[in-house]
Design a protein around this ligand. Structure first.
Ligand SMILES: C[S@@+](CC[C@H](N)C(=O)[O-])C[C@H]1O[C@@H](n2cnc3c(N)ncnc32)[C@H](O)[C@@H]1O
Length: 196
């Protein structure tokens, strides 16, 4: 198979710039566009492995901010003293427990993605379950006027998901970063200014 030109470009750039994954450029583009992450912020990063979004968050929030990452898999390197990792399945995680551990968050980011099967309807439905769960967790831990970024695969439920989330945020946007792989159906829902 012919390699994807953009994949090569971003993968090479990530290696050169010491990021743990090429997906960092998607978060960077979303953040630059919507101005979501600020110095001293407290971030929750769901689906954080291998860790590039958490790395990016840590750089943006600085030493007084904090990033908590959740994933099934532990990142290889300890990222920073103001990074905390929780090894868990978000689908079964006790949200009440999480609120006690990490609330309140300025920004919740979710790059959660299922193991893909290649069967479009199955992958889309699994991605939507993760996105809905990420939103449920975001509503529990976000500060008033906090922000939410959530990956989801495009499918028939996307408009419904956006309509659900838009009742919790002042504005919602759907955004497809340039670094998204060609042919990928992923898109990011951005929720701006959480209204409790
Ligand atoms: C695309 S990767 C995230 C990449 C990450 N944002 C980065 O930049 O390094 C998606 C992650 O979602 C995690 N994931 C999928 N389902 C999960 C679940 N139910 N609970 C926790 N993590 C899950 C996977 O383990 C995987 O590491």
């Amino acid at each position: 198979m012919k390699p994807n030109r953009w994949e090569d470009h971003y993968a090479r750039l990530a290696r050169d710039e010491n990021w743990l994954a090429r997906s960092v450029y998607k978060l960077e583009e979303i953040d630059k566009r919507f101005k979501l992450v600020h110095k001293d912020d407290r971030i929750l990063d769901m689906g954080c492995f291998p860790g590039s979004w958490s790395q990016y968050g840590l750089r943006r929030v600085g030493p007084k901010g904090e990033v908590v990452g959740i994933d099934l898999t532990q990142p290889d390197q300890s990222l920073s003293s103001n990074f905390r990792f929780i090894q868990a399945d978000v689908l079964t995680l006790d949200i009440k427990w999480l609120v006690e551990e990490v609330a309140l968050r300025d920004v919740v980011i979710s790059d959660l993605a299922p193991q893909t099967t290649g069967i479009r309807s199955v992958d889309t439905s699994r991605s939507m379950s993760l996105a809905r769960r990420a939103a449920e967790i975001a509503y529990a831990v976000l500060k008033e006027r906090g922000h939410f970024i959530c990956k989801v695969f495009e499918g028939e439920d996307l408009n419904h998901f956006r309509a659900e989330t838009s009742t919790h945020f002042r504005r919602t946007k759907l955004f497809r970063p340039t670094a998204t792989r060609k042919g990928s159906r992923e898109i990011y829902l951005v929720g701006l200014e959480f209204a409790k």
